[in-house]
Structure formats: C-alpha cells, structure tokens
Design a protein around this ligand. Structure first.
Ligand code: F0G
Length: 346
C-alpha cells in the first residue's frame, strides 16, 4: 500500500500532502538459515532490493517528494552514488516534475545510470567524487529553488524509519543486533530513530545494537577522520565525508554498537556467499554487513545465538559488471545434444 499509507499515522502526512505512491516498503524479511547456522546466530535479511527502484531509497524519497510538492516545489535535484538518483528520478517522473541528478563521473553502477536516464532525469556526470557532487547539488538547490532530496532533506530520514518498524512488526520485537552498510550515514541514523520510536510507543521491548559497516577505502566513521579520496568496489558507499556522521555516531554510542570496516575482497566474497547459499543477489555495498559479521565471528566477537537483521539495501542487478567480473564465464557449446552431454559431464 506504500509507506505513506501504511505508516501515515506516524509520519508528517496531512490531508494536504499529495498521496504519492509506488507501492514502496513492505519488503520481505527473510530468514537466512544456512549462513546463520554457519555464524551461530539467527540471521535475517531485509530485502530492500525489492523496492520499486531496487533500493531502500524509495522509503524516504516518497515522503521527500510528497512534502516538496505540498510546499510548491516545481523541480528536484540530488547528488548520488546511483541509488538516490534512481529513486528521485522515478518519483519525479511519477509526479511529472523535472529532476536533475549529479553523479560522480564513471563511478556509478550501470543499472543505476540506466534507471535515472530511463525515468527521464537530466543526468549530469561531475568530474569529482560524491562529496563534491553533494556540495554542488546544495548550491544548485539554493540558486534555482529546486527541492533537494538527498538525506539532508529531513523527510528522507523520517520516512526511512519505516524499515525499522516493519522489522519490529515482522519479528514481534526488535532484533539483538542490526547490521547495516554506512555511506552518507543517513540510513543507520534513520533505523536507530525508528527503533527508538517504536520502543517509546511500546510497540517493541528491545533496542538493537547498531552495527555499521564501511568499506576499508571509504571508512571515515571507523578511522575517525574524513577520507578525501574514497575508493571501493562498493560504489554506493564510496563516500569520504558523511553528512549524517554525527547522528550515526550517536546511534552507535547510544545502542552499544560500533563501526567496522571490511575490504573489497571480503565484500565480494560475502556477495557470492549470499547469492550462492541463500539465493539472494544484493549489490556489493549491501554485502558489507555480511562481510563484517563473518569477520566478527572469526575474531570471536559475534555473540552466539543472537538475533541479527541485516539490511540488504540494494538489488544485485544494479551492478552486473562487478558481479560478472568475479564469476566464471558461461560454458559455450555447439547446438547438438552431444555438445550438451559433454558440457554437463564437465
Ligand atoms: N547501500 C546502498 C545500496 C546505497 O545506495 C547506500 C547509499 C548505502 C547503502 C548507504 O546508505 O548513505 O544512508 O549511509 N547510497 C547513496 C546514494 C549515497 O546516492 O544512492 P547511507
């Protein structure tokens, strides 16, 4: 039914708010039994890749776009590593408004680029990293009066809390541990706010430890210092100066959680494990938490038997190039049954 309808009573939605809806949210929460038993935990994956544009961004974008329209916005702008732009472009198309998206040139996965272009956004590739594109998007917003729909737009994080509420409703309570990739650090902050809100309302009894995972080459929250030249195969989280760093630190501190980094090789291994052991294809950034849990297990820091939810933030189909670069090529054969018999035997 879309998050504005499902959670309207908890969101700043009034009778004047346009009923924007792409049936986002209500994503599956899947028990990952095989990996969970390897890790000695009860592991769940929240399949945010099942959202209409294939990532969690739709949860927040729907409210950001609706409230901007309510306030009279005529056009949208965002900076993005690819998913925010795909989502912004889709919702802008849905409401018939122009959308300008600024991307770090050459560093956006192909599927995400295709999405923004198909939805009809004006796509601008900037010679700079995400952090620079965000500065430029802010300036363009001020100069032209475009509504900015990055997570500096408060409605994004307000509505991204819905992910935590769905998890509590599905499990009957919050998990012991919430594992999530961290880039610009908005989503971990939104989930923590969501868990706290449900707890305050008596809808859940527990509060989870918030465990944020970054790629080693873009890990300012782990190292404690800004990273001027972020680099990682997980392009979605290739961010050196997260806008919501303070909120994210607060979430980790208040919840007894922490930040950890994982290497690109560990991320890609986790991506293959998730796909081949659970049938779930998530994009590289989404696999940082699994890589991190595997690492915590190895160092004896993953409490046995705990209930852990991982947010699988984006669909693997968004980045086919990275996936294809790490698997074997298909077997090519001629068109005879003998060829096939030979291939099956190999
Ligand atoms: N996972 C995916 C698939 C993402 O696209 C992002 C962020 C994150 C995790 C990190 O979330 O920024 O709230 O800490 N993508 C943004 C974008 C930056 O432009 O699409 P975060």
């Amino acid at each position: 039914m879309g998050v504005l309808k499902r959670y309207g009573e908890y969101l700043p939605v009034t009778e004047k708010t346009p009923a924007v809806n792409l049936e986002e949210g209500s994503t599956p929460l899947v028990r990952l039994g095989r990996i969970g038993s390897d890790l000695g935990i009860e592991l769940w994956g929240k399949l945010e890749g099942c959202n209409p544009t294939g990532s969690f961004k739709d949860r927040g974008m729907v409210l950001a776009v609706a409230k901007a329209l309510e306030d009279g916005a005529k056009a949208f702008v965002c900076a993005s590593t690819g998913n925010t732009s795909a989502s912004a472009a889709a919702y802008a198309a849905r409401v018939g408004a122009p959308c300008y998206v600024l991307l770090p040139s050459g560093k956006v996965a192909m599927g995400k680029l295709a999405q923004s272009l198909m939805y009809g956004a004006k796509v601008i590739a900037v010679d700079g990293n995400f952090d620079r594109t965000l500065e430029m998007a802010r300036e363009a917003s001020a100069k032209y009066g475009f509504a900015i729909v990055n997570s500096i737009n408060p409605y994004r994080l307000i509505s991204q809390r819905t992910g935590a509420w769905e998890i509590c409703e599905s499990l009957g309570d919050a998990p012991d541990m919430h594992a999530i990739p961290v880039g610009n650090a908005g989503n971990i902050s939104a989930y923590w706010a969501g868990y706290r809100e449900f707890h305050k309302r008596g809808r859940s009894k527990k509060l989870p430890r918030m465990m944020g995972f970054q790629a080693e080459g873009a890990s300012p929250l782990v190292t404690g210092k800004e990273c001027p030249n972020p680099e990682t195969v997980a392009t979605a989280i290739r961010i050196g100066n997260p806008v919501s760093a303070n909120l994210a630190r607060e979430a980790a501190r208040e919840s007894g959680g922490e930040f950890n980094s994982v290497t690109d090789a560990e991320i890609l291994d986790a991506q293959r494990v998730l796909a081949s052991k659970c049938g779930i294809f998530a994009e590289p950034a989404s696999c940082a938490p699994l890589a991190g849990l595997i690492k915590l297990k190895r160092s004896g820091r993953l409490p046995e038997g705990s209930k852990v939810v991982m947010v699988l933030t984006g669909n693997g189909l968004k980045d086919p190039d990275t996936a294809l670069s790490q698997v074997e090529k298909p077997v090519s054969i001629g068109g005879t049954m003998e060829d096939l018999i030979e291939a099956i035997r190999l």
